[in-house]
Design a protein around this ligand. Structure first.
Ligand code: ADP
Ligand code: AMP
Length: 217
């Protein structure tokens, strides 16, 4: 299964990707997670990405595409993958299509998580992420038992720098202008399927898995 999750920031892509990927035994490839871990460890890639991320802008395509190309060539991605946060504009989608076609394959499905802007702001303003394992929590909707600790691994939870209200608003604009056109792109390709991404996390996972399983080759 080669699949993409698309939806606005805060739609729940990372939350769902962790469950879906483990159910389907495919790697979850999150460009945001890869950038953040490079920023934390201070690599060249992290230094190139940081300012764009802090502003809520997209990291330039050249940098992002090189990173994804190399990640998709790793062994664990050969039998399938779930992309979270990539592609994020039409040029990235076109490059992905060409790359997969050069490897004699293609995307099976692009799953759109549909939520409205008010819900997105509520979700992002309470988002907490584990520094150690990357698990995503929410201060109100999915609280850990101890305020600043991850129940799964005991790691410290932090609030992302780009989850401040002004940056959230900018990221929603970036989504509307640059990422939303992907919906039409993938609808034309015949690979797009949208699901309602509101309600309890487990119900959305069930909906997502039911949709994805129809496309397993
Ligand atoms: P994305 O990867 O699309 O930016 P996340 O998966 O990080 O979004 O989710 C954003 C926030 O919303 C997190 O704090 C997460 O715990 C919370 N969240 C995810 N799904 C739901 C849901 N169905 N209901 C309420 N909160 C949710
Ligand atoms: P995310 O974790 O998906 O919300 O991404 C966090 C930030 O990483 C984004 O606001 C961008 O700055 C950057 N980023 C993640 N994925 C991409 C991508 N496909 N193209 C460009 N920038 C990206």
């Amino acid at each position: 299964m080669r699949a993409v999750l698309v939806g606005p920031p805060g739609a729940g892509k990372g939350t769902q990707a962790q469950f879906i990927a483990s159910h389907l035994a495919i790697p979850k490839i999150s460009t945001g997670d890869i950038f953040r871990s490079n920023v934390t460890s201070g690599t060249m890639l992290g230094r190139r990405a940081k300012d764009y991320m802090d502003r809520g802008d997209l990291v330039p395509d050249q940098v992002t595409i090189a990173m994804v190309t190399s990640r998709l060539q790793e062994d664990d991605a050969q039998a399938g993958f779930l992309l979270d946060g990539f592609p994020r504009n039409v040029p990235q989608a076109e490059t992905l299509k060409k790359m997969l076609s050069d490897w004699d394959t293609r995307l099976d499905i692009v799953l759109e998580l549909v939520v409205d802007d008010d819900e997105v702001v509520r979700r992002l303003s309470g988002r907490r992420t584990c520094r150690r394992c990357g698990r995503v929590w929410h201060a109100t909707f999915d609280p850990p038992s101890h305020r600043d600790r991850c129940d799964d691994c005991g790691g410290e939870l932090f609030q992302r720098d780009d989850d401040r209200e002004d940056t959230i608003r900018h990221r929603l604009d970036v989504y509307a202008q640059q990422t939303q056109p992907l919906i039409a792109f993938y609808a034309d390709e015949g690979t797009l399927l949208g699901i309602d991404a509101t309600g309890p996390v487990e119900e959305i996972t069930d909906r997502a898995l039911a949709a994805l399983r129809r496309f397993i080759r």
